[in-house]
Ligand binder design. Structure first.
Ligand code: SF4
Ligand code: SF4
Length: 310
């Protein structure tokens, strides 16, 4: 089969498995991104996420992850919820975390896609990734034309916005690559203006150590640093502000995946409801949810800093 035929089979399989968009890149060393990542790490903009310093060579070279890699298949899976949180004073939770943990949901879709490809193409070597291994997923998504990387650093699809999980299949299938697309941010600065912690310290650059997602999920300290105490804007898990204000997200359409359906507690509980549950109840209710990542203690810590100081 030719690289063009492979490309077309890959595109069909992605659609069949429920991915909204699929783009292909040649699996080559990420030279420019390697320099950018090195500088970002040297400036300490990853905060206390030490794991980001590990496996540098694998992050920038797909052949270190899959020997003989020829293609990186980038995929977008829609998570824009059909319902929003309904309470006015409850803790805000990032939309990606309303339902079952995306690592499980999207990985199942990727396995299904690899099986489909094996049926059509025959045996090949591949590894699948969903935000769980050293892969620069935004760099690959951008390279493959799934969207441009906006000033808020998210990948934005020109027809559907940015509420998508990114996933990858690195494989030794030779397929015709797609090219990058234009940046449509233009003169807009809505995300930079709206970020309450100034984490978007200049266009296209993020200081992750200032981002509410990092502060509420990744930071394991007993307290959130004082400088952010009146800047959390009600967020207890993650933050969607720079996506909410992005004009391209007016094109978002709700997902239809039952496994991503919002948990009742997330939609309707107020802060007191959350504070009243025990650790056992928290573990039971959220065992398959991204919310379990900071654990009960971390989630409770976050509840202390929801509101702006009077
Ligand atoms: S997620 Fe929130 S805190 Fe982080 S960069 Fe976006 S607006 Fe700023
Ligand atoms: S809010 Fe504006 S500047 Fe920010 S990512 Fe969206 S279009 Fe780009």
């Amino acid at each position: 089969m030719s690289p063009d035929q492979h490309r077309s089979i890959i595109q069909q399989a992605a659609a069949q498995c429920g991915f909204s968009y699929c783009g292909i890149s040649a699996a080559a060393f990420l030279e420019k991104e390697a320099k950018e990542l090195e500088a970002w790490l040297q400036q300490g903009l990853h905060g206390k996420m030490q794991y980001m310093e590990n496996h540098f060579d694998k992050r920038v070279d797909p052949s270190k992850l899959v020997p003989g890699a020829q293609s990186v298949i980038s995929l977008m899976y829609n998570y824009y919820p059909p319902v929003e949180q309904s309470h006015e004073n409850g803790p805000k939770i990032a939309r990606y975390a309303y339902g079952e943990d995306y690592h499980f949901v999207v990985k199942d879709k990727l396995r299904e896609m690899v099986s489909l490809l094996e049926e059509k193409i025959g045996q090949f070597t591949a590894r699948i990734f969903v935000d769980s291994a050293p892969v620069l997923e935004k760099a690959w998504a951008k390279k493959s034309g799934l969207g441009w990387q906006g000033k808020n650093t998210n990948i934005i699809h020109p027809k559907s916005g940015s509420y998508f999980f990114l996933a990858e299949i690195i494989c030794d299938i030779s397929a015709t690559p797609d090219g990058p697309i234009k940046d449509y941010c233009g003169t807009c600065t809505a995300c930079i203006d709206a970020c309450p912690t100034d984490a978007l310290y200049e266009p296209y650059k993020i200081d992750a150590s200032r981002c509410i997602s990092y502060l509420t999920i990744e930071l394991k300290d007993e307290l959130i640093p004082e400088t952010f105490h009146n800047k959390m804007e009600g967020w207890a898990f993650g933050c969607d502000i720079c996506q909410e204000v992005c004009p391209w997200n007016r094109f978002s359409t709700p997902h239809t995946d039952k496994r991503l359906a919002a948990k009742e507690a997330i939609i309707s509980w107020n802060t007191v409801d959350w504070q009243e549950i025990t650790e056992e109840v928290f573990k039971q209710l959220f065992k398959d949810s991204p919310i379990s990542r900071p654990k009960w203690s971390g989630f409770n810590r976050n509840l202390q800093f929801l509101q702006k100081a009077p």
